[in-house]
Ligand binder design. Structure first.
Ligand code: RP5
Length: 170
């Protein structure tokens, strides 16, 4: 886990970008799941419309620092994931946030309805956890350690459900 370092170096493989400090809780939930899977990540607060040049610089340098996937979290017009995707061929996962006129449906549609040519993978409203799991699945294609930890997490999840008292004897 890292929040980035002043000299620009980091071990992060997933770059988590939020459009505003007000979205930080979802980013921290994503980082917690990635920590659990031993995948280093970093969080940056960069608005696509208020700081477009800074966002461009961050994306331009990310791959060389080891970033392999982005999670972009935003509400309202929610253009951040699409803007990130427009500047990289690394996978981008968008997390729509509630708070607008459609209570998240507005952001969900804005992110999932990317016009053809520049895809953004979209998870449910506020679902930083699933964004992290999808990012880990992407990394797991080339990382057996992450793949094994993802499998173990799924097995533990299934075992927890099987052990519910209502399932005794099944
Ligand atoms: C988007 O607008 C952010 O992603 C946030 O979800 C929403 C509100 O931002 P603030 O007005 O709280 O900065 O840019």
């Amino acid at each position: 886990m890292t929040d980035g370092t002043s000299d620009g170096t980091s071990d992060a493989r997933v770059g988590i970008i939020v459009g505003s400090r007000s979205d930080i809780a979802a980013a921290e939930r994503a980082m917690a799941v990635l920590d659990e899977l031993e995948v280093d990540s970093e969080i940056r607060v960069i608005s696509a419309h208020r700081a477009p040049d800074l966002l461009g610089r961050y994306i331009a340098g990310a791959a060389d620092r080891g970033i392999r996937c982005f999670i972009a979290i935003a509400g309202l017009a929610a253009h951040l994931p699409g803007v990130v995707a427009s500047q990289t061929t690394l996978p981008v996962i968008g997390v729509p946030m509630a708070g607008g006129v459609g209570d998240g449906l507005d952001a969900l549609l804005a992110i999932v309805q990317m016009p053809k040519g520049v895809p953004v993978a979209t998870v449910g409203v506020g679902n930083g956890e699933n964004a992290a799991l999808l990012a880990a699945s992407i990394l797991a294609v080339a990382d057996g350690g992450v793949a094994g930890r993802l499998r173990a997490r799924r097995e533990a999840q299934a075992a927890a459900i099987a052990s519910d008292p209502s399932n005794e004897g099944l």
